[in-house]
Design a protein around this ligand. Sequence first.
Ligand code: NAD
Length: 251
Amino acid sequence: TGRIEGKVALVTGAASGLGDAIVRRFAAEGAAVVLADIDADNGQALAKEMGPNAAFVVLDVTMEDQWISAFEEIDARHGRLDVLVNCAGITTYGSVEEVTLDAFRHELDVDLLGPFLGCKHAVPLMRRTGGSVINIASMASIRAEHYLVAYNAAKAGVTHMTKSVALHYAKAGTGIRCNSVHPGVIHTPILDKVLAQAEDPDALYAEWLALHPVGRIGKPEEVAALCLYLASDESAFATGAEFVLDGGSSL
Ligand code: NAD
């Protein structure tokens, strides 16, 4: 405990899955955590359960004004921001013929434009103390999935944007770092949504298992442990890097 004592972190997509696991771990390690999500019911309930070191803010990552007011609130309350985890995400299922223009645009809005806006508006606050931006990408940005054309594009975009942000702030000497995390298939509610859209859910689940040489899919807590390392000063030398956590599936 105490590995990120006194740090202030904002985590998007905090109401479910990986975000939920990340905020619980961050708070257990001493951080003040702001849970951000469009799902106010689950987000508020989780913040309440976590106690005084957690607060919830409604934040649609595609809306710039909501990012600005979330950071204004953090500035007023804490006067600093050490960690931003861009974890909110959706998964649009389908091949290039199947995905509509609107669905493709929405995927890019949430999974690519969201992290862009987060980085853009976090950096002015982070300049005060240095900071760590953690972009949750996917193994899909390294190895494409045939049924996830929009998701692959958005996650590949966020991976390369990460390197651009990292390089800029490394050279500027701000102490601001930016890294991407690439989970394999992890057991969260997003899986159920993808399965529900699949033609043959059993076959898709078997495909996921077969993808991972270790013979299982991952746990949210395993991703949270990696994010903790990236949020902490132990990872001070890491920036612009792709942190793969996928049971060997990209090999
Ligand atoms: P999840 O569906 O359980 O949680 C996603 C959260 O994001 C939800 O709480 C949802 O309300 C929120 N969200 C959706 N749109 C939003 C928006 N516009 N603004 C703010 N919040 C929004 O999914 P998860 O499995 O926890 O996935 C989290 C992240 O991890 C995503 O970026 C996903 O692409 C990535 N990821 C997941 C897996 C996996 O296998 N679960 C693998 C690789 C990467």
